[in-house]
Design a protein around this ligand. Sequence first.
Ligand code: ADP
Ligand code: MG
Length: 338
Amino acid sequence: MPKYIGIDLGTANTLLYMKGRGIVLREPSVVAVERQTERVRAVGRDAKLMLGKTPGSITAHRPIKDGVIADFEITAAMLRDFFKRISAGNLFSRPYVSVCVPYGVTEVERRAFKDATREAGARAVAMVSEPIAAAIGAGLRVSGPRGSMVVDIGGGTTEVAVLSLGGIVRSTSLRIAGDELDESIVQYIKEKYGISISESMAEMLKKQIGSVHWSTDEGTMNIQGLTQRTSARSGLPAVLTISAGELREAMYDQIEQILKCICSTLESTPPELSADIYDYGIMLTGGSALLRGLPNLIAERTGIRVTLAKNPLDCVALGLGRMIESDNKVDNNLEYES
Ligand code: ADP
Ligand code: MG
């Protein structure tokens, strides 16, 4: 029995879907490597814990940047480890793998997705356009003539796509998403309080009390940081109380750019399709769609109803799953190439 696997290889998280079993793996796209020997020491969750605090002999890498493969060898090593965990990679049953690729990447970038997947042990690889998988996973029917808009906000990129008849009519990609929000929170706290915090602390703040609309500003959170090198008392631990309103201020510029990207894509959409989008609304997917207040803010700015997908972090993998389970009968034909 051949195995069929779908991969959502994201900047922040990698998800694996196995035919007949559903989503079988969700791990951060992080690999810790021993500097001297180049041996892989940890992959996924364990490696993420090492980010920013690895001892000199180990470095933690994020091999996917801005939605595409930035380090081929490390990506292949990560996938090999994931395949092994779900026991999909042994010689006798090398899997058929479909992998999602962002829309609008170059031929070279596309090729890297295919080669890394094969290098990791796939027998044959099919490429699937990511916005289409996200839309299917969010429950949209994409094969009909009705236009729809999917906005996927992940870790490294925001992808806005208009779909109709199973294809992509318009698509815009912005290299601003969750990671940049974390960075701008680090920056804001440094400038306002002279305190340095880690990016993972910023991410925690964002998830716990982050809000981008006044109506969802709630609560405060205590965090630990270090006084900056430049101050008289440098490098000492400090405790700060940060409010939701402050985070909204910190994330303002990045969020504005995301809004602009959505609005400009709407403006360039053919009128017949934008009429559909006005009628049926915008679908929001990706982990950063969970930011409090984002659906309200986008709806307010565009005048269009916004639906937050049911499992925003899983949409792409679930969409791939639908395609795999239906043996190619759904919307998109998977063409495996060996
Ligand atoms: P990618 O597809 O790029 O790997 P994901 O769709 O997995 O990205 O989303 C990861 C991003 O979602 C990260 O930047 C993470 O901080 C953010 N995220 C996850 N949960 C939340 C939440 N509850 N609130 C805000 N951001 C979140
Ligand atoms: Mg994604």
